[in-house]
Write a protein that binds this ligand. Sequence first.
Ligand SMILES: [Zn+2]
Ligand SMILES: [Zn+2]
Ligand SMILES: [Zn+2]
Length: 295
Amino acid sequence: MTKGAVAARKLPSGDVVVTFCTDQAKQWHSTNLQWIQQAFGTQATEAKRTTAVLLKGLRKSDLQGVTEATFQADLGPAVETVRFRLPRDPKTTRATALVAFTSLEEARKACDQGLLWRAQLFDCEPYWDVLRPTQCYKCWAWGHIQRYCQKQALCGRCGTKAHGEGGRAGEAQCPTYSGELPYRCAGCGGKHPAWARECPKKQTAYATAREAYQYRPRTFEPTAQPTQPAQQPAQPTQPTQDTGNDDFQYVPYHKRARLATPIQKQIDQAFPYRQLQPTIHQNLATATHTPKSQQ
Ligand SMILES: [Zn+2]
Ligand SMILES: [Zn+2]
Ligand SMILES: [Zn+2]
């Protein structure tokens, strides 16, 4: 496909991870981007690996007239993207922002020292996706999003196969609107729409997220220090499993407390990266077809 690439792997999202044999090959492909369109079509773009932190304690009022782009520019060139998270509840005055850094070092610094914006220092912590309960808008199950869904599209109101073309247009054709059919939850079978607050599936998803929140990593692990005593430098050593030095986004798996609860399973699923060898990891570059995200 392309020079120096040793493997290509398609992710459930449709993104393709291309692995290069050397750092030089990766560097070349990161600066000469035309290969992406040649290999994947004109819509394809490079997706940089970023490390996201959650910036906390913003006031909604501070963000009046501030765009994500200007916020990003204020934070400086180490920031790749900013996404505001504004609670819809008008009574909530606080907001958070997801800040993605191109380097793990910068992300770690933000968590250790805070981020300065308009003369205010804001606390940051690693962004942990599993803390936010997610519901699929296609099959209405909890724990994944539409983009990764392989299941049949269901109607969120009556729980049967989605009507017509699906989505909002399909939902508008649902017989529950005219009272012909009662609500039937696609998740639990209860007499409510799939997104209803009283749905036990929803309540479980939120309870799980709340429990996981207590065990969230508060910072990124410090860069791995050499542990070998100085007098034995010549000894060949096994490559270390410690991922603190690569672009691993979260706290290394083995350094997190293991929990004897179903949460651990969820956490295990949330951190598949730990299975990758750091040596492979360093040479990764990614290309993506469909930047469309659901939420
Ligand atoms: Zn689904
Ligand atoms: Zn329906
Ligand atoms: Zn339900």
